[in-house]
Structures are given as C-alpha cells and as structure tokens.
Design a protein. Structure first.
Length: 278
C-alpha cells in the first residue's frame, strides 16, 4: 500500500516536470514558427503614402503590362488595397497592410523592376463608399460642389468646388466623411470671363440660354442656371433669369463641367449682362 502511494507520487512529479518543460519552450518561442507573431514583427517601415522597402521580385510576370492580372491577384488573396496605377513604366500597388509576408507573396509572382509597393491608409472600397455618400446625401447640389474624383496616387477623394462654397461646404462634408480621406480642388473665379456672346434662345422651362459665342457662326453652348449661379449687370446690380432677353450680350463664367454634346451644355457659375450705354 505504502509503495503504491510512493509510486503514484513519483509519477505525478514526473508529469509535472514534463509539463513544465513544455511550457518554458512555448514561452521562449521567438516567433519564427508563429505566423501571427511573425506578421506583427515584420511590418514595413514605410510611412503612409511612401514607397516601401520590398523583397526583390523573382516572379515571371511583368506587372507593368498586366494591370488586370495584378488586380485579380490582390482580390484572390484578399489583400486590402487602394488600387494600382502606372507611373514611370512601373505598376504602383497601394497596400493597406504592408509587411514582409505580403511583399514576399508579390515578389514570388512579379518580376523585379516592374512594380513598386506603396503603404496607404485607405482601401479603394472605403474611398468609393465615402464618395457615394456624397450622392446619397445630395451634397453636390446642396453645397454647390462641381465634382468629385478618386485620386489613387494620393489615396484621397478629391472634391472640386468654387471658392465661394469652400467656407460653408467643407464643415458639412467633413461631418459625413473623415477629413483624412479628403483633398480639395478649389476653383477661383477669374477676372476674365470664359465666354462672351449673344443670347439666341431662352428656355424658361429648363432655365437655360443658348449662346452664340463671339467669333463663331453657329450657337455653340447652352448655359443652365441653378440656385448657386450668380447673375448681375456689368456694374454689379443683381438680376434674375427673367431679366434676360434674346439678343442681349452677356459674359459667362462656367463651373468647368461641360457636356460635350451639340450644342455643348454647361452650368453658369456667373453671368454678367452687358447693358448698352444710353
């Protein structure tokens, strides 16, 4: 009986010793065999928007001649990215999570010198969703925004608007979209009008005029007006659409967005009515 108890006690000590050794080996793991630890420890040192140091490509595919294939590869491996762009004969690949593991994956597929990796903050899906929210919330008309576009090289949404809209529009946009996703293209009003000519047709229903531009033989452009369009005489007196008549001479500044139809169609940023001297 006593011997049996001693044997059990010695066996228990042996099990504890073996377990203790296993525990110490795990705690001393340097991460080489632990993928999650390895991934955290080998991230790129490049800052946001900088070209990252990368493993030299040894693959067989020329990335610069296969942009569609590069996009498919990123999607297949679920690599969050801000899209790609071609510059100086290379494909630049914007990656949200850039580390040695990702760099090696791309290096195994693409030839050295045909691509570069860029660390970015936002995926293309994030940018597209934010851009769509501008339309969903009717901000183009409400805030007098001309347009928006995705600048892949800057990893930003670029919003184009007139100088007159900047002060009130920016705070409203940034309530909806993180300012870090945004860049602005502010259009200044030039002193010289872009178009000078004669009104040849008034369309009261569509709230637009057809203009025969000076020096041209045929009417060439329709100008529409919205609540943001400025209208005045040359001396600065405000007018409305109802004050316009056929054969009047006008000077027009456009918003810059022109529909290349025949005649062309645009929106007037400002119209100045030339009043004949008495």
């Amino acid at each position: 009986m006593a011997r049996s108890i001693v044997k059990r006690f010695l066996l228990s000590l042996l099990i504890l010793a073996i377990s203790g050794c296993g525990s110490r080996v795990e705690s001393n793991n340097d991460g080489a065999d632990n993928p999650s630890h390895s991934k955290r420890g080998t991230g790129s040192s490049a800052g946001i928007g900088e070209i990252a140091p990368m493993i030299e490509g040894t693959g067989t595919i020329d990335a610069s001649s296969a942009p569609g294939e590069v996009r498919s590869f990123l999607e297949e491996h679920q690599l969050a990215n801000g899209d790609i762009y071609l510059k100086d004969g290379k494909i630049y690949i914007n990656l949200v999570e850039l580390n040695d593991e990702t760099s090696r994956l791309l290096a195994d597929r693409y030839k050295a010198g045909t691509y570069a990796l860029v660390h970015v903050a936002h995926s293309i899906e994030e940018l597209e969703a934010a851009q769509q929210s501008l339309t969903d919330n009717d901000l183009y008309d409400e805030l007098n925004m001309y347009a928006s576009s995705l600048d892949v090289t800057k990893n930003k949404i670029v919003i184009t608007m007139p100088e007159s809209s900047e002060a009130h529009a920016k705070p409203e946009i940034e309530k909806l979209i993180d300012p870090d996703l945004l860049a602005y293209d502010i259009q200044l009003m030039s002193e010289k009008p872009e178009y000078m000519g004669t009104i040849v047709k008034l369309d009261a229903y569509a709230h637009r005029i057809l203009l025969l531009v000076d020096g041209e033989e045929e009417p060439s452009i329709f100008f529409g007006f919205d609540e943001h369009s400025e209208m005045a005489t040359a001396d600065g007196s405000p007018i409305t659409f109802d004050d316009l008549k056929v054969q009047q001479e006008v000077r027009v500044w456009s918003t810059g967005m022109i529909n290349d139809s025949l005649p062309a169609q645009a929106t007037a940023k400002k119209l100045e009515l030339v009043v004949p001297k008495a």
